[in-house]
Design a protein around this ligand. Structure first.
Ligand SMILES: [Mg+2]
Length: 148
C-alpha cells in the first residue's frame, strides 16, 4: 500500500514558523508566507508527527513517500524541504520526497494532507484530510491505517 504524506501542516509546523517570522506582516510576504526567506529551513515538527511517520515507515505493509508542493519563486524552499526530510527521517528518506503542484498525478492509495490544494482533493486514491473532524491528529490517522 502506497501512502503519500504532505509536509507542511501535517508533519512540519509551518503556521508556527510563519507567525514567528519577522517579515510575515510585510509586503510582499503578507498573504504569501511561502515566499518568506528561510521559512522552510527550521520548521518544528507537529507534535507526534515524526513518531507516527516512523511507525508507518517501519510497517512492512506500507511504502511511504513525502508529497509536498514548493513555491516556484522561493527556490530555497526546495533545498530546505529536502534537508528537513533527511534531518528527521535519515538519508534513506531523501529519495522518497516528491515535490509537485499536481498531487493528483501521483499514484498511490492514500494521501494525508491538511489542505485540498495542489491536486490533493483530486487525488485518485483516498484523501485523508489531516485536521478534519474525522482525522484531527496523527493518532486518528494511525488508527485508520493500522487497522484496515
Ligand atoms: Mg499542507
Amino acid at each position: 500500500m502506497i501512502i503519500h504524506i504532505d509536509l507542511d501542516g501535517v508533519i512540519a509546523d509551518f503556521d508556527k514558523a510563519r507567525n514567528a517570522h519577522p517579515l510575515s506582516k510585510q509586503s510582499p510576504y503578507k498573504g504569501r508566507p511561502d515566499k518568506l526567506p528561510g521559512i522552510y529551513k527550521d520548521l518544528e515538527p507537529i507534535p507526534g508527527s515524526i513518531e507516527a511517520v516512523k511507525k508507518l515507515l517501519d510497517d512492512q505493509r506500507f511504502e511511504v513517500f513525502i508529497l509536498s508542493s514548493a513555491p516556484w519563486d522561493n527556490p530555497d524552499a526546495w533545498t530546505h524541504k529536502r534537508l528537513w526530510v533527511e534531518k528527521y527521517f535519515g538519508k534513506a528518506m531523501r529519495n522518497k520526497l516528491i515535490l509537485t503542484k499536481r498531487k493528483d498525478l501521483v499514484i498511490g492509495d492514500y494521501l494525508i494532507d491538511d489542505l485540498p490544494w495542489n491536486g490533493a482533493k483530486e487525488f485518485k486514491g483516498t484523501w485523508i484530510h489531516f485536521g478534519s473532524d474525522a482525522f484531527p491528529d496523527w493518532e486518528a490517522i494511525l488508527q485508520k491505517l493500522e487497522n484496515p
